[in-house]
Ligand binder design. Structure first.
Ligand code: F6R
Length: 243
């Protein structure tokens, strides 16, 4: 795992955007894997800034998001569809038919998971997967205990993730209890992985990921040790508990 140190959130966001843009310039048919949550917001703002100033085109780029809540329509401001269009897609020139997120309203969820996997394959797999990390080490919505060999599947969110995500909702009761997520096996199939980590709340997870040798389903992010092309961009605060 390669580690790139940034000063603060602003700095890691700028570095992450530069990293992604470099890959787009190297391969304009890039298939991106994208994440939501607080961490990548500023990175997306930098991508938009670049689009406005340098006109990097996304016409031939495709993108697959990691996850979506079950039961939320794309028009729901808390859905990940809504987040992605608001934070990024509506502000760059990526064609709508090259944007994919799991459908949280699918009536046949098992089939939705299978067809999402098929779609990723059809696009030649993910070239660059952007990830955040949960305080409990989750990646995507793969909570501790998720088998590493799972592909896209339905998950029940843990209490700690529900609590962490409640900040985006009016009340904790509104946080959906289930989601569709790409699996750890899907994430590990990506050709390259970029993990972004910021702030105090992620110190323990980052320390465990970098300093221990464990590869254990109790700590989902440890699966990343099995991948040979992972870059972590983390800020000083997140890294400050490392030996
Ligand atoms: C988001 C996702 C999650 C987040 C993680 C960190 O699509 O899959 O794994 O990356 O929960 O969230 P933030 O960035 O809000 O701390």
């Amino acid at each position: 795992m390669q580690i790139i140190k940034g000063k603060n959130y602003e700095d890691i966001s700028q570095k992450a955007a530069q990293f992604i843009l470099k890959r787009i310039h190297e391969n304009n048919r890039l298939t991106l894997g994208l994440a939501t949550g607080g961490t990548p917001r500023r990175t997306y703002e930098y991508l938009i800034k670049d689009y406005e100033n340098n006109h990097t085109s996304y016409q031939t780029v495709s993108s697959f998001n990691l996850d979506e809540y079950i039961g939320l329509a794309p028009s729901d401001p808390n859905s990940y569809h809504y987040y992605m269009y608001k934070q990024l897609f509506s502000k760059i020139d990526i064609p709508k038919d090259q944007i994919f997120l799991p459908n949280g309203l699918a009536t046949d969820l098992a089939n939705e998971c299978l067809s999402y996997e098929r779609k990723i394959k059809e696009y030649g797999g993910i070239d660059l997967q952007l990830l955040g990390i949960g305080e409990n080490g989750h990646i995507g919505f793969n909570e501790p205990g998720t088998p590493f060999n799972q592909r896209t599947h339905v998950v029940s969110l843990t209490e700690s993730t529900i609590e962490a995500n409640a900040r985006f909702f009016d009340s904790i009761d509104e946080v959906p209890r289930k989601a569709i997520t790409v699996g750890i096996a899907t994430i590990l199939k990506s050709k390259e992985i970029l993990l972004l980590v910021t702030g105090k709340s992620k110190q323990a997870a980052l320390k465990r990921l970098i300093e221990s040798n464990e590869v254990s389903e109790d700590f989902p992010a440890s699966a990343l040790r099995k991948h040979e092309n992972v870059t972590i961009i983390a800020d000083e605060e997140a890294l400050s508990k490392l030996e």
